[in-house]
Ligand binder design. Structure first.
Ligand SMILES: Cc1ncc(C[n+]2csc(CCOP(=O)(O)OP(=O)(O)O)c2C)c(N)n1
Length: 549
C-alpha cells in the first residue's frame, strides 16, 4: 500500500526524472514528503512563474519534460507565465498542481480553480487524478503527451485528499518516445524538387532537435551547399560560421535575407512553424498559398498545412529527417553554391556590431569581447526587450543547446532559465542577458542561484526604461512618453545583498575586467551595464526614431 504522494514520486522516477522545481504549498504536502528521501533534486524557487520557467528550460535543453510543482489558485496562476512560454515554444514540461479535496469541488473552495477549463489554451492536456490507483497511468501518459508530435506542457492536478489515500497500484513504467519518420517516396519527391530548384532556401526551427540531428543537417548542408537560416530564437540550431549559414529569420530580419527568402523558388521548413515573429508578421510567405514551392517537415500532422499549404508535407521529427538526408545525392555542381556563399558573407557583415553610438558604454565592443572570450558551449539566456537584439544579432551561435530564449517574447525568462541551465550543465558558463525591466520580473530567483551555488553571470543592460515600448511610443506617439520610465534599485547592492557578486559598468573599457572579476568570484553575478536610453537599437537612436515619426 502506498500513498498518492509516494506513487507520484515513484512514477516520476520510473520516467527518469532527476530534478523538479517548486514552490511548496499545503495542497501537496504528501508529494513533498515523498520527495524528502527520493534522490530527486528539488529546486525550491521564490515565485511559481520562475519555477515553471526553470522547468521549461530543462525541457528545452534536454528534450524530456521538465517538472514543476506548485500549489493551487495563486501558485497555479503564477505558474501560468511559464506554461504559456512552453506552449508557444513547443517545450515538453509537466506542471503538477495541488488541488482542493474532492468533496469540496465546484463550491469555489479555498483557492479552487478548475484547471481543465482555465488552462486548456496553455497546455496540450490538462488532467486531474481523482483516483490514486491511476497515478502511474496519468503520469506516464503526461510524459507521452508532452513529448509527442508537437511537444508542449501538460498540467496534472492532484486533489489533496487523493494524495494521502493509501492504495495498491501497478508499478509505473516509463513512457515510450514516439518518432515520426519520413517515407522513402517522400524523400524521393524531396530529392527531385531539390534537383529542379535554382534558388532553394532552408529554415530550421522548433524543438526535438539533438546534437546528432544538427550534425547530420550540417553535413547535408556542406554536401549540398544550400543556404540555411534559423527561425526566431532558434539560432543554436546551426553553426553561424558554417559557410551555409545565412542568418536569423526573426524580428528585424536582415532585409537582404528577407529578399532571398521571398525570391527563393524552393523553401524547406524543418521543424519550424513560421509563426508571426519569424514570418515578419506573416509577410515573408504568402498565406495560404506560398509563391515558393514549400516543403514543410514537422513532427505533427496538425501543424502541416495549418497556416501555409505545402507542396510536400513530411510528418517527421527533425532528427529522423536529418538522418534520411544522408541518403540523398547532391548534384555535381549545384547551381546555388555561389548564392549560398554570398548570403553567408552578407550574414557576416550583418552580424558585425557597430563600434559607436550614444553614451559611454558601447554594446558593440562589449559583444566583441564576449565573442572573443567565451567558449563555444556557453549558454545564453534572455527574456524580452531591445537589449536582446545585441545577443540575437551579434552573438554567433556555434553549438546546439547554447540558447534558451522564449519565442513568446516573455519578459523575465532569462534569469530563471539561466539558473536551470547552470543546474543542468554546471561545467558550462551560463550568461543571462536582461534589461532593467526584464530582470525585475523574476529577479528574486537570483537568490535561488545563490542558494544552490550556481554561478551564472547576468549582463543587466540598464537603460532606465521599458525601452522596447518607449521605442514604439516614439514611433507612434512621438514625444509623448507614457508609463515607460523606470526607477531602479542599485543592482550592485542588490547582487551583494543576495550574497552574489555585483559590478557597475559605466564605460566600455571597464566591461572586460568587470566580467573577469565576476567569473573569478565563483558566485552568481550581476554586471549592471549602464546604457544610454538613446542607444535604443544597435543602429537607431530614440531621437532619430522620434524625428522620423
Ligand atoms: C511579461 C511581459 N510583460 C510585458 C511585455 C511587453 N514588453 C515587451 S519588451 C518590454 C520592455 C522591456 O524592457 P527592458 O527589459 O528594460 O529592456 P529594453 O527594451 O529597455 O532593452 C515590455 C514592457 C512583455 N513582452 N512581457
Amino acid at each position: 500500500m502506498k500513498t498518492g504522494g509516494q506513487l507520484i514520486v515513484e512514477a516520476l522516477k520510473a520516467n527518469g526524472v532527476e530534478r523538479v522545481s517548486c514552490v511548496p504549498g499545503e495542497s501537496y504536502l504528501a508529494v513533498l514528503d515523498a520527495l524528502h528521501d527520493s534522490g530527486i533534486d528539488v529546486m525550491v524557487c521564490r515565485q511559481e512563474g520562475g519555477a515553471a520557467m526553470m522547468a521549461d528550460c530543462w525541457g528545452r535543453l534536454t528534450g524530456v519534460p521538465g517538472i514543476c510543482m506548485v500549489t493551487r489558485g495563486p501558485g497555479a496562476t503564477n505558474a501560468s507565465a511559464g506554461l504559456h512560454i512552453a506552449r508557444q515554444d513547443s517545450i515538453p514540461m509537466i506542471l503538477f498542481i495541488g488541488q482542493v479535496q474532492r468533496d469540496a469541488r465546484e463550491r469555489e473552495a479555498f483557492q479552487e480553480v478548475e484547471y481543465r477549463r482555465a488552462f486548456t489554451e496553455f497546455a496540450k492536456w490538462v488532467g486531474e487524478i481523482d483516483d490514486a490507483r491511476r497515478i502511474p497511468e496519468f503520469v506516464t501518459r503526461a510524459f507521452a503527451v508532452a513529448t509527442s508530435g508537437r511537444p508542449g506542457p501538460v498540467v496534472l492536478t492532484l486533489p489533496e485528499d487523493m494524495l494521502v489515500d493509501e492504495v495498491e497500484a501497478p508499478a509505473a513504467q516509463a513512457y515510450t518516445p514516439v518518432e515520426a519518420h519520413p517515407g522513402p517516396s517522400q524523400m524521393k519527391q524531396f530529392e527531385a524538387m531539390l534537383k529542379e530548384a535554382q534558388r532553394p532556401m532552408f529554415i530550421l526551427g522548433g524543438t526535438r532537435w539533438s546534437e546528432d540531428a544538427i550534425a547530420g543537417f550540417q553535413e547535408f548542408a556542406s554536401r549540398f551547399k544550400v543556404p540555411v537560416g534559423c527561425s526566431f530564437r532558434r539560432q543554436m540550431l546551426f553553426d553561424h560560421l558554417h559557410p551555409s549559414y545565412a542568418g536569423d529569420v526573426g524580428i528585424g530580419i536582415n532585409p537582404a535575407l528577407a529578399k532571398e527568402i521571398k525570391g527563393a523558388d524552393l523553401l524547406v521548413l524543418v521543424g519550424a512553424r513560421m509563426s508571426e515573429m519569424p514570418s515578419s508578421s506573416y509577410t515573408l510567405i504568402d498565406i495560404p498559398y506560398p509563391a515558393q514551392k514549400l516543403v514543410h517537415v514537422y513532427p505533427d500532422p496538425e501543424e502541416l498545412g495549418r497556416i501555409y499549404r505545402p507542396d510536400l508535407a513530411i510528418c517527421a521529427a527533425p532528427a529522423e529527417f536529418a538522418a534520411a538526408l544522408q541518403d540523398l545525392e547532391p548534384p555535381a555542381a549545384p547551381l546555388w553554391a555561389e548564392r549560398k556563399s554570398a548570403m553567408h558573407d552578407v550574414y557576416l557583415k550583418w552580424s558585425t556590431p557597430p563600434q559607436t553610438g550614444p553614451g559611454k558604454v558601447q554594446m558593440g565592443p562589449v559583444m566583441d569581447w564576449i565573442e572573443a572570450n567565451t567558449a563555444q558551449d556557453t549558454i545564453f539566456t534572455n527574456g524580452a526587450g531591445n537589449y536582446a537584439t545585441w545577443v540575437h544579432r551579434f552573438h554567433r551561435f556555434r553549438r546546439f543547446n547554447t540558447q534558451a530564449a522564449p519565442t513568446s517574447g516573455s519578459m523575465g525568462y532569462g534569469l530563471p532559465a539561466a539558473v536551470a541551465a547552470k543546474q543542468l550543465f554546471p561545467e558550462r558558463e551560463v550568461i543571462c542577458f536582461a534589461g532593467d525591466g526584464c530582470f525585475m520580473m523574476h529577479g528574486q530567483e537570483f537568490i535561488t542561484a545563490v542558494r544552490y551555488n550556481l554561478p551564472i553571470i547576468t549582463v543587466l543592460v540598464n537603460n532606465g526604461t521599458y525601452g522596447t515600448i518607449r521605442m514604439h511610443q516614439e514611433r507612434e506617439y512621438p514625444g509623448r512618453v507614457s508609463a515607460t520610465d523606470l526607477v531602479n534599485p542599485d543592482f550592485v547592492a542588490f547582487a551583494q545583498a543576495y550574497g552574489g557578486h555585483g559590478e557597475l559598468v559605466e564605460r566600455t573599457e571597464d566591461f572586460a575586467s568587470a566580467f573577469e572579476r565576476a567569473r573569478a568570484s565563483g558566485k552568481p553575478a550581476i554586471l549592471e551595464v549602464k546604457l544610454d536610453a538613446e542607444a535604443i537599437t544597435p543602429t537607431r537612436t530614440l531621437t532619430q526614431i522620434r524625428e522620423k515619426a
